[in-house]
Design a binder for this molecule. Structure first.
Ligand SMILES: [Mg+2]
Length: 241
């Protein structure tokens, strides 16, 4: 199977016992491919991976879907990365959005997207209008993150394209997340888990999706719960293999 998981609040979240169980399972079970799908930039993920207790993924989708890296070689996955880059209008996106009231630019390293914090004072409609005029999408998440991405690029899109490269059948994929920028992963139709303590809007929007489990346990515990719930993933819970 392939586990495609968000990091903050999902793979990095939950109780210490659940994290230990999931991480040791992934360290031992070589038949589970691991892909991180995160809003973080690659530098921040590489810093996390200095902690050797954290299982190493094969691929890392960063920047809410705007970049995709093969970890063992640290190379971008092509031609997918070039395709995304060609859709990004360029640095003038940030310049143009400077006129929008209440947008606070995030200092983190960003590629092929612009990230901001927003609050109740932010002119989201104005930002969306500018994004659309630049052929970009605006994605809100966790009640505070606002990302501008090339139109059509999101976590779900990039994961789907990566799976084409890997030629892995969809029924062997489990996606996991906890906030609205993960929603596109469930929209693709992959089996999925919305972990406990997720953003309420994500819970509401995935409630009617038969292929998505809304787990009780937060973070890593929710992922383990999903592996027990979906029969095709249960066999991977046995550690040898
Ligand atoms: Mg998250």
């Amino acid at each position: 199977m392939l586990l495609a998981t968000d990091l903050d609040g999902t793979f990095l979240g939950g109780s210490a016992a659940d994290k230990e169980q999931l991480y040791s399972l992934l360290q031992q079970q070589k038949n589970i491919q691991l892909v991180f799908v995160t809003g973080r930039g690659i530098r921040s993920v590489l810093q996390l991976l200095e902690n050797t207790a954290l299982p190493r993924p094969e691929y890392i989708i960063c920047d809410v879907g705007a970049t995709v890296t093969h970890l063992p070689t640290l190379k971008a996955v092509e031609p997918l990365q070039s395709h995304i880059a060609s859709r990004w209008p360029g640095d003038h996106v940030r310049e143009t959005l400077k006129t929008v009231r209440g947008l606070l630019h995030q200092e983190a390293h960003q590629q092929y997207r612009c990230s901001y914090y927003y609050d109740e004072g932010t002119d989201i409609a104005g930002a969306r209008e500018i994004a659309t005029s630049l052929q970009c999408d605006l994605v809100l998440s966790a009640g505070k993150y606002l990302d501008i991405l090339p139109a059509g690029v999101n976590k779900g899109f990039t994961l789907q394209q990566l799976l084409k490269v890997l030629a892995l059948p969809h029924q062997h994929v489990l996606v996991a997340g906890d906030s609205m920028n993960d929603y596109s992963m469930y929209e693709t139709g992959f089996k999925g888990v919305v972990v406990g303590d997720s953003e309420p809007e994500l819970v509401t929007k995935t409630a009617a999706m038969a292929h998505v489990l809304q787990a009780q346990r937060p973070g890593a515990g929710g992922i383990l719960e999903a592996m027990e719930f979906f029969p095709e993933f249960g066999i991977y819970l046995q550690k040898e293999g």
